[in-house]
Ligand binder design. Structure first.
Ligand code: MEZ
Length: 530
């Protein structure tokens, strides 16, 4: 329920609504966008990052919170840990059971591999289910993978690794077909045509969706199929270190039972890391839209094993995170809300940015509005927000559209007596996505033999900024590719005796760099208590 001050502020938004409905807000020029990013995006703030002192990315700037984890000791004592007896011996070990892990598991199994998937929470607890607005694929007659590619690379600031962006966009139409064949219920017109809308930075309407719970529907489909195919999945079991042989080839992992707190070993001919992102590190103090387990574990394990990371200095704050009511702080307000017509408006009732500029640009504009121009609404002391004018949606598309097209979001607000089809909502950027990660090739391979990576933990696909709907796509494209490549590789993999010698060497590097902290990682679960 809004208080009287909020209702007063909403009157300013309402005053300009008719005018705003009838005029197109100008897009920014390339130079204007760059200026906005450099002045207001958290990636460009001096205080958010520092040089990492050891490892393959030594000397590169990355966020403090991630650097702290990379410069931490292992949870294990590598000298005394017994790795002789393996409880599991499989062809492909998959660490993480969100969208990427599950897609990889299905394809690896189909390719004839014995698969084990482990996950530190429940099967499907992941950022996949948190994605609401859609998945991109150029499968309509006015579109093509090439046009999609151009949008991806433009959105990424021309920094994406071209081969990865190419794989992403070329595989997209077949991913949609695959999901449909597994029973994924996309939103369709009465004649069966897939509904598609724009997202920020798209030049064609290619955002496919399942209402406003697309990720949850995709995850439901994949989880059902993994169960149908009887793929062994261990829940509440995280990986804490990779195991390498004397040639540096990966051959399994040390696993940790989150309930009994016991360690055990899984040997594997190949390993796929699909552990997701890092939002729960709350980079630069931002709230997050991420699930509870998003604590950068995969990056930590791979870095110790010698993997190279890419673009970790680029993190996505989604422009529209909930600020009020406070029970929902940081929660995502899907970009679909802007995709179907809502505009961003300050306390003077002014629209200050085109709603479908790319996310980095829109977020920077919201931050500028609140922190520099002081046109934000002060929800709590020094917590500012702008209005997302959601009632415009019903005015554009007809009464009842908000409730029909955004049922999950509508319900969330309704619980707090806010009708988002009648009143605008208060938003500020929320930490949403790790643009970078472990450097991969087109089939998910890394520089470490037998180690593959898929999903948000991978880096290079999106460059410095991902577009909406390309994450649900990337987890499936690269999950499937990694699943196939890891299964094929497992047929000829010859791993020798495994050890944690690489962790010993890493501890030595910490010592030599004078890093004396008692911190340990991976973090596994966020630490909200003191
Ligand atoms: O791709 C995403 O991050 C996504 C679909 C988010 C959203 O705004 O709904």
């Amino acid at each position: 329920m809004y208080d009287s001050m909020m209702l007063e502020s909403i009157k300013e938004v309402e005053k300009t609504r008719t005018k705003r409905l009838n005029e197109e807000f100008a897009r920014l020029t390339a130079d204007e966008k760059l200026e906005l990013l450099h002045n207001f995006h958290p990636d460009f703030r001096d205080d958010t990052q520092r040089e990492v002192k050891i490892g393959a990315n030594k000397g590169e700037k990355i966020p403090h919170e991630i650097a702290d984890l990379l410069e931490s000791k292992s949870l294990l004592n590598p000298k005394s840990f017994d790795i002789i007896n393996a409880e599991h011996d499989v062809d492909v070990l998959i660490i993480g059971a969100g969208g990427a892990g599950s897609a990889a598991a299905l394809v690896a199994k189909e390719s004839g591999a014995k698969v084990l998937m482990v996950t530190k929470l429940r099967h499907g607890d992941s950022n996949t289910v948190m994605a609401q607005g859609g998945i991109q694929a150029a499968d309509k007659t006015n579109d093509s993978p090439m046009t999609h590619y151009i949008d991806v690379v433009g959105g990424g600031g021309y920094t994406n690794i071209p081969e990865l962006a190419r794989a992403l966009t070329m595989d997209a139409p077949s991913v949609i077909k695959w999901l449909e064949s597994l029973g994924c219920m996309f939103s369709k017109d009465e004649d069966g045509t897939m509904q598609t809308i724009h997202g920020g930075g798209t030049s064609r309407k290619r955002m496919h969706f399942a209402s406003d719970y697309t990720g949850a529907e995709i995850m439901r489909t994949l989880r059902d199929e993994v169960q149908n195919k009887e793929i062994e999945t261990i829940e509440f079991c995280s990986a804490v270190e990779l195991l390498l042989d004397e040639d540096g080839k990966c051959g399994g992992a040390v696993l940790y039972n989150m309930e009994t707190k016991e360690y055990f070993i899984a040997r594997a001919k190949t390993v796929i890391i699909a552990t997701g992102g890092s939002g729960r590190l709350h980079l630069a103090g931002f709230p997050t839209s991420n699930h509870y387990g998003a604590t950068a574990d995969g990056i930590v394990m791979a870095y110790r094993a010698g993997a190279k990371l890419a673009f970790l200095d680029a993190n996505q704050v989604h422009p529209t995170g909930v600020v009020y009511p406070k029970q929902m702080i940081g929660q995502l307000v899907t970009e679909k809300v802007r995709g179907i017509g809502a505009q961003l408006v300050n306390t003077k009732g002014e629209q200050f940015i085109h709603p479908l500029e790319t996310r980095d640009v829109v977020s920077s504009a919201v931050i500028r509005e609140c922190e520099h121009r002081q046109n934000g609404y002060e929800v709590e002391e020094r917590q500012y927000a702008v209005w997302l004018d959601s009632p415009m949606i019903d005015l554009i598309h007809g009464k009842g559209t908000v409730k029909r097209e955004l049922p999950a979001m509508f319900k969330q607000y309704e619980r707090y007596d806010i009708d988002m089809s009648k009143h605008p909502i208060l938003i500020f950027p929320t930490l949403h996505y790790q643009n970078g990660g472990i450097l991969i090739k087109e089939n998910g391979e890394t520089e470490i033999e037998n180690l593959f990576v898929a999903g948000e933990v991978a880096g290079g696909i999106h460059g410095r900024n991902r577009l909406m709907g390309n994450s649900l796509l990337d987890i499936l494209v690269f999950g499937r590719r990694a699943g196939k490549a890891a299964a094929d590789k497992s047929k000829n993999s010859d791993v020798k005796i495994l050890s944690l010698k690489h962790v010993e060497r890493f501890h030595k590097q910490l010592e030599e760099a004078g890093i004396e902290s008692e911190r340990t990682s991976p973090m596994l679960l966020p630490k909200y208590h003191k």
